[in-house]
Write a protein that binds this ligand. Structure first.
Ligand SMILES: [Zn+2]
Length: 433
């Protein structure tokens, strides 16, 4: 039974407490990069299926006051891009199907990056990409329009929309147990392209910008993604929304078939096609804002009519009404909200300087995502009619603002947050000396 969240003990969050508790195995000493706005609390990619509430998070490294993402930027600037482009041509020549049948997969949502990737592969490098999409939780109207513009710029697409009830239930569990409502989406989206590759025997997948550029542990000098990220032989330890597969079946009455789309593949499923998963960002210098201009010019991509909650930005991650909540949860757990994510990228790409980034963070970071909140709370509500079995597992199956706020406080790590003068404040901010 999932209990209604209890009020937290405010004493843990007092201003002058000596060694405040630290959640998620985060580094108790918060440090910021001196070049961008990232902190050492930023989680880096891990295998989502191993992630439980007590899993120790791996996080961004900062050495000599410079984060790994900014170090990669230096590498990026020193790269011989004409040489890399020749390498890309070579790969395309090797895999291209002369009869026009699909020779590569480009996963994406129809945002600026997937638009750019598929467009240049097709029109500049003569490839025959199949685009594949794992649907957002709830499309924004402008996200849906951009998705269609993408297809109409000359691509076939497989859109997979997971069973709405299963996806809602898993997302609610992820919110409840991990304060990570996006986890089921991330898992499904992650494995779907490899699954399609296996099904249609398409041996090449192209992602856009490299994970290394965001400070993850992968190497910028390696264009290939290791298949072990997508596969496992051992499903016994897999959790979704902090719940084991066994419990999802026994208590929440989900079937193996409901869970399959969220699970990594078996290595043998990929063996016959010798799958090669590549980063296009290794071969072409990736620049998100340029991708935005490119997609607007060549494919009627439009920015959102309003800025995203918690940031000044209008053109990144705009197709899902739950996106605002995803970044709100990262702000609560790691002290890193959407404005930090966006400004950090823009600083590295030279669009703004660090001081401008900090001003934007002061203005927008941590803003509560009001605009779609009622719709999102309805999405997370597990009512009796639609979930006759699963709803019994919740003390209160409906989600509302009071419930959400209690849950929010439960996931605040005391080393990040203090409660003073009747409000929550970050203990350390990017502008602190
Ligand atoms: Zn940095």
């Amino acid at each position: 039974m999932i209990k209604y969240p209890k009020k937290i003990n405010k004493a843990d969050y007092s201003e002058n407490i000596k060694n405040p508790k630290t959640f998620y195995g985060l580094n108790p000493k918060i440090e910021f990069c001196s070049k961008c706005t990232y902190s050492n609390q930023k989680p880096t990619t891990e295998k989502e299926y191993n992630h439980k509430i007590n899993t120790k998070k791996s996080t961004l490294t900062i050495e000599n006051n410079v984060c790994r993402a900014c170090k990669v930027l230096k590498e990026k600037k020193n790269t011989d891009w004409s040489k890399r482009k020749k390498l890309l041509k070579k790969i395309c020549n090797k895999y291209r199907n002369k009869d026009g049948t699909y020779d590569c997969i480009v996963p994406g949502s129809g945002g600026k990056d997937s638009f750019y990737a598929s467009y240049i592969l097709k029109y500049e490098f003569g490839m025959n990409p199949l685009t594949v999409t794992w649907a957002p939780h709830i499309y924004t109207s402008w996200g849906w329009k951009n998705f269609n513009s993408w297809i109409h710029s000359g691509f076939d697409n497989y859109l997979f929309t997971p069973n709405g009830r299963t996806h809602r239930l898993l997302s609610r569990l992820s919110l409840e147990n991990l304060f990570h409502p996006f986890q089921p989406f991330i898992m499904g989206q992650y494995y779907f392209p490899a699954r399609i590759a296996a099904k249609f025997k398409i041996p090449l997948v192209f992602y856009g910008d490299t994970n290394a550029e965001f400070g993850h542990k992968e190497d910028f000098s390696n264009p290939q993604r290791n298949l072990h990220f997508f596969t496992t032989n051992n499903t016994s330890n897999i959790h979704i929304g902090g719940t084991s597969l066994k419990d999802l079946k026994k208590n929440f009455k989900l079937k193996q078939k409901d869970l399959d789309p969220y699970l990594p593949l078996k290595p043998k499923e990929l063996k016959n096609i010798n799958l090669n998963i590549q980063y296009l960002g290794f071969y072409i210098p990736w620049h998100p804002q340029e991708c935005y201009y490119f997609a607007s010019e060549n494919g009627n991509f439009s920015a959102a009519p309003e800025r995203n909650a918690g940031t000044h930005q209008k053109y990144t991650g705009i197709d899902d009404k739950l996106d605002d909540f995803h970044y709100y949860t990262t702000f609560i757990k790691f002290g890193i909200g959407r404005s930090t994510y966006d400004t950090s990228v823009e600083i590295r790409n030279g669009e703004i300087d660090r001081n401008e980034g900090i001003s934007l963070i002061k203005k927008y970071e941590g803003e509560f995502p009001n605009r779609f909140s009622q719709e999102v709370f309805n999405y997370f509500s597990i009512n009796k009619k639609e979930f006759p079995q699963a709803y019994k597992q919740f003390e209160k199956a409906e989600m509302d603002i009071d419930y959400f706020n209690l849950l929010t406080d439960k996931f605040r790590s005391p080393h990040i947050w203090k409660y003073t003068k009747n409000s929550w404040k970050l203990r350390r901010k990017v502008w602190d000396k």
